[in-house]
Design a protein around this ligand. Sequence first.
Ligand code: CAA
Length: 370
Amino acid sequence: MLAFTDKQLSFQHLIRKFVADEVIKVVPKMENGEFPKETLKVMGDAGLLGIPIPKVYGGQELDFISYTMTIHEISKVSPALGVILSVHTSVGTNPILRFGTDEQKQKYVTKLSRGIYLGAFALTEPNAGSDASSLKTNAEKQGNHYIVNGSKVFITNGGEADTYIMFAKTNSSLGSKGITAFIVEKNMVGFHVGKDEKKMGLHGSRTVQLHFENMKVPVSNRLGNEGEGFKIAMANLDAGRIGIAAQSLGIAEGALYEANKNIVFTEEKESILQQGKLADMETQVEAARLLVYRAAYLYQQGMKCTKQASMAKLFASQAAMNLTTEAIQLIGVGAVIQGNVVERLFRDAKVCEIYEGTSEIQRIVISKSL
Ligand code: CAA
């Protein structure tokens, strides 16, 4: 994929207008820690919470590239809103669309795609982050329900979300093949929201702990068969990683824009160095852009894209960190003052190298394909 179609370009125009009208104004509120409920309502009404979802389930039925583009454009201004959208769609809604029964799709996807529900993904545990298959949350079948006990950490959209794609062991002796996926609702008996994490960046995007105490999950809320959970998690992380790669690309471009706008060219010698740095930054952005949209294109075509998603996430998150660092260096001391856009983007960038699989995990995934 080397160029957008006319349809994708006109969608990009709409998204840029949405960013200018709705996103810019919510940034200060989010920076103060406010979760952007009203903006999400506007997004839901405009169909932006169900961009790649089929119309029959309430979505816009646009392609995955348009969805990726939306995260990218929003994240140039608000990476925190970008991750809310990415988690909601890629890993909060998509698993039900791909692995759910028609009844589950009717019950949940129709609401998630219109923003009536917000989605989240609950995989990570205190001792199972990178090594996701070593999770300890347990689900025991008793009649028509599973009884779930355990805890999850660093859950994006947690506390705000209505539904959680949650992973638990139904057979602890089978390793990754003993993991099962469930659709958990926030009002299920035994579901508790724990500590609200205070993060260095991405303010306004909520990250919480979850605790399940004898939580009763109906058998009808099991996603896929028993033992299929790990594959469901991994398969959806492909889409999730493209989303975070798009978020990272947005951050990198946002930083480059600010550097270019605010740079003060001094003496001739220094100016040549500064222009060289800007050229390197633009080159990194272009390379990240190609990787991100190439992965999105493969996903859209239904082709295997695990390696490409990991490469896009690895490279774009590094570009986000590099470019926010360089942008501060180019702008100078003003860029480290609280309230400066680049200061915020710098703080927002770091976690992109960590969540949805650290850079080290992306390298493992890429090297496995060699
Ligand atoms: N698609 C489909 N199936 C896949 C797959 C994929 N992309 N990747 C692996 N699988 C399958 C394998 O084929 C294998 O199945 P078989 O045994 O039948 O062959 C099975 O899953 C196990 O695969 P591995 O042996 O490769 O598994 P592993 O235990 O070695 O772990 C790992 C692999 C890549 C390290 C994995 O644990 C991992 O991705 N860890 C990182 C976890 C992560 O990304 N967490 C993100 C949390 S969500 C989040 O962060 C959201 C947010 O807040 C922004």
